[in-house]
Design a protein around this ligand. Structure first.
Ligand code: SAM
Length: 344
C-alpha cells in the first residue's frame, strides 16, 4: 500500500508514546458506523467499597452496572457518546478515536490535540464572539503568558499560589477520591497536571473554551512524559454546555474562573447537573469586595471591574444554594475566595 505523507505521519504518531501536536494534521479518526458497546470508553473501578447507590462514585457505578459507559457526552443532547477507537480517557486514546452522538448523530473528533466538544465543533460558516472574559483567554499571547507571570500576579490579591491552592482543593475533594474530576476552565492546565499527578482520581478531564489555552496545556503535559500515560484528557467545551451526562462526575474544580464566565448562574447550574449525588464543586475567584472593604474602594471596584463577573461571597453562596448545592464552605484571604459546595 502506498504511504502518503499524512498516513506516514499517522503511523509515526501511532508508534509514539504520546501524540505530537499537528497544527494542520490530516489525521481523521475512523468513521463511525453503528453503535456498539465495545466502542464505549470503560472507566474501570479502582475501589470496591460498598456504598448506597446514590453516593457511589462514577467508577463504582460503572463497575456495578456491568456495561461500558462513555464519560463524554454530546453537548447538544447530553447523551453519552459512542466511540470508535481505543478506550481510555487519556490523550492518545482520545486522539485516535472518533465520537458520535447516539441521539443526534453529530460527530466529534480531535482538533490539534484536544477533543472539541463545543456545540459549534466542525462548523464552517458560523462564528460566535464571546464576552471579553472568555475572548481574552483565547489569545495565543495571553495563553502563552498565563503561567509565565500572569497567574503569579494573583498573589497580590490574596491567592496563596498554585501549590497551596491545590492542597486546599484536595482537602475539599476527599469524598471524590477514585472518581472522575473535571477541571473546568483549566487554562494552561496548571491544576489539571497536579490533579492527574496526585493519582487521586480515576480520570482527570482538563477542559477549557480557549483553543490556545488547551494547546498550551498540551505543551506543558509533553514536558512530563508520566502525564501522557495517565488518565488525563484535554477537551474543549463551554462551561454553560458541559459535555457529560447528568450525575456522571465526582468532582468539579474551577480555579480563578467564575469571574470570567459569561453567566456564573448558568455555569453553576450546569456544574450541578453533571455532578453525581455527593459530588463536590470547588471554585476560586476574586471577590468584588469583602465586608471589610472601605466604601470608597468598593465604588472604585464597581466601576473598574466591568466586563467581568466579580461577585461578593453572599452572591456566590446564594447562587450555589439556588442551584441546589449544599454544605457550602469557604476560605477567604483578601479578595481571594476558595469555596466548596456539594450535590445532595
Ligand atoms: C483566569 S483563567 C483560570 C485558569 C486556571 N484554572 C487557573 O486557576 O489559573 C480563566 C479561564 O476561564 C476560561 N473560560 C472563560 N470563559 C469560559 C467558558 N465560557 N467556558 C469554559 N471556560 C471559559 C478561559 O479560557 C481561561 O482559561
Amino acid at each position: 500500500m502506498a504511504t502518503t505523507p499524512s498516513s506516514a505521519l499517522h503511523q509515526k504518531f501511532l508508534s509514539l508514546n504520546y501524540p505530537p501536536l499537528y497544527h494542520n494534521s490530516q489525521f481523521r479518526p475512523p468513521r463511525l458506523r453503528r453503535p456498539s458497546r465495545h466502542h464505549c470508553h470503560p472507566i474501570r473501578a479502582t475501589s470496591t467499597v460498598a456504598l448506597p447507590p446514590e453516593r457511589r462514585s462514577r467508577a463504582e457505578e460503572i463497575q456495578s452496572s456491568g456495561v461500558d459507559l462513555e464519560v463524554l457526552a454530546c453537548p447538544i443532547c447530553y447523551e453519552p457518546l459512542i466511540r470508535r477507537g481505543p478506550p481510555g480517557l487519556n490523550l492518545r486514546a482520545i486522539y485516535r478515536s472518533g465520537f458520535k452522538c447516539r441521539k443526534c448523530d453529530k460527530s466529534y473528533s480531535s482538533k490539534d490535540i484536544y477533543l472539541d466538544l463545543t456545540v459549534t465543533a466542525g462548523l464552517k460558516e458560523y462564528v460566535e464572539v464571546q464576552p471579553s472574559g472568555t475572548e481574552l483567554f483565547r489569545s495565543p499571547l495571553v495563553s502563552f503568558l498565563y503561567e509565565r507571570g500572569w497567574r503569579q500576579n494573583f498573589n497580590r490579591s490574596g491567592f496563596p499560589g498554585p501549590d497551596e491552592e491545590f492542597k486546599m482543593a484536595q482537602d475539599y475533594f476527599k469524598s471524590a477520591e477514585g472518581g472522575v474530576l473535571v477541571d473546568v476552565s483549566c487554562g494552561s492546565g496548571l491544576f489539571s497536571r497536579k490533579f492527574a499527578k496526585s493519582g487521586t482520581y480515576s480520570a482527570v478531564v482538563a477542559l477549557d473554551f480557549s483553543e490556545n489555552m488547551l494547546r498550551q496545556s498540551y505543551e506543558f503535559f509533553k514536558r512530563d512524559p508520566t502525564l501522557l500515560d495517565t488518565n488525563l484528557a484535554l477537551v474543549r467545551a463551554d462551561v454553560a454546555r458541559l459535555p457529560f451526562p447528568s450525575g456522571s462526575v465526582d468532582a468539579v474544580h474551577a480555579g480563578a474562573a467564575l469571574h470570567c464566565w459569561p453567566s456564573p448562574s448558568n455555569a453553576i447550574a450546569e456544574i450541578t447537573r453533571i455532578l453525581r449525588s455527593g459530588g463536590v464543586f470547588v471554585g476560586t475567584t476574586f471577590l468584588r469586595y469583602t465586608p471589610s472593604t472601605p466604601w470608597i474602594t468598593r465604588q472604585l471596584r464597581e466601576s473598574a471591574l466591568q466586563g467581568y463577573n466579580y461577585l461578593t461571597e453572599e452572591e456566590i453562596e446564594d447562587l450555589c444554594a439556588s442551584c441546589g448545592l449544599t454544605n457550602y464552605t469557604s476560605n477567604v484571604q483578601q479578595a481571594f475566595i476558595m469555596f466548596s459546595a456539594q450535590k445532595p
